[in-house]
Design a protein. Structure first.
Length: 75
């Protein structure tokens, strides 16, 4: 097995992580400056999420769940 096995991959992963970290740092600084200038509202942006985007279905009301239990045959 060569002595350098995996070193290049590890170095590349570390470089990608460092670049991503730097991008997040720059984006944070930009948002901070935008908030100071009044371009965006202070605080964490909260976006309304559509349940369909998360593949969630709304829960049935408790009365409907009780009716389903009564309709289901006993096994």
């Amino acid at each position: 097995m060569p002595e350098s096995y995996g070193k290049k991959q590890r170095r590349n992963v570390k470089a990608k992580k460092a670049a991503a970290r730097d991008e997040r740092r720059v984006a944070r600084a930009q948002r901070r400056n935008d908030r100071r200038a009044g371009l965006i509202e202070p605080g964490t942006p909260i976006q309304a999420t559509d349940p369909a985007d998360l593949a969630l279905t709304p829960l049935p009301p408790p009365e409907a769940a009780a009716e389903e239990e009564r309709e289901r045959p006993a096994t």
